[in-house]
Write a protein that binds this ligand. Structure first.
Ligand code: SF4
Length: 195
């Protein structure tokens, strides 16, 4: 089932928590697009946990349920946690797609709060250095690259699976990003722009 705040791509269910983000990536699909695969992902307002849960009567039918956007899900941490708790209690598998700014945004280390709620974290690392990161991800808050690195480090320590990703765009040294991800102990994945 898909509704106003959830959408299905292949068998995976995605939850659109917010359109707000602390980055302004040069490659962001929000630039000039309404959504993905026929789904309009611009929200008129952010959903409540109850509204999202109402759209997922049986979380166990999906191979994975992903918190994503069109924005940064950790900007709505309490809703994220409430919905993830419901999904886990019903036997579902969760993934968080994040820019890694969650602890910076919420002004505390939030990774321990995700333990038992999030199975996989996919963090947009997008660079092997701060200079590259600032150029491509165009953060709107100070300390974003350092916060992303720290978020990956904490996720590796605390959560079952952490993947650092890079989008293949000109000007990104993919091997440098791979080295950083591996140094942090995360899996590494290159995403093509159209994914
Ligand atoms: S982090 Fe994701 S949602 Fe935010 S600007 Fe970058 S691509 Fe867009």
């Amino acid at each position: 089932m898909e509704g106003n705040f959830t959408y299905k791509l292949d068998d995976t269910l995605y939850i659109n928590l917010t359109n707000s983000c602390t980055n302004a990536c040069t490659f962001c699909i929000r630039n000039g697009r309404d959504g993905l695969d026929g789904y309009d992902l611009w929200l008129e307002r952010c959903p409540t946990a109850e509204e999202i849960i109402a759209e997922i009567p049986d979380p166990s039918v999906f191979p994975e349920i992903v918190f994503c956007g069109f924005g940064e899900p950790t900007m709505r941490l309490e809703v994220l946690k409430a919905v993830a708790k419901y999904i886990k209690n019903q036997g579902g598998i969760t993934r968080l797609n994040t820019n890694g700014h969650g602890s910076l945004i919420n002004k505390r280390d939030i990774v321990p709060e995700l333990k038992g709620l999030i199975d996989t974290v996919s963090v947009s690392l997008n660079a092997g250095s701060k200079e590259e990161y600032d150029r491509v991800s165009v953060p709107q808050i100070d300390g974003a690259f350092e916060a992303t690195v720290q978020f990956i480090k904490r996720s590796v320590e605390i959560l079952p699976r952490t993947i650092a990703t890079v989008v293949r765009v000109p000007g990104i040294d993919i091997e440098k990003a791979r080295s950083l991800a591996e140094e942090l102990g995360a899996e590494f994945r290159v995403r093509e722009l159209e994914e």
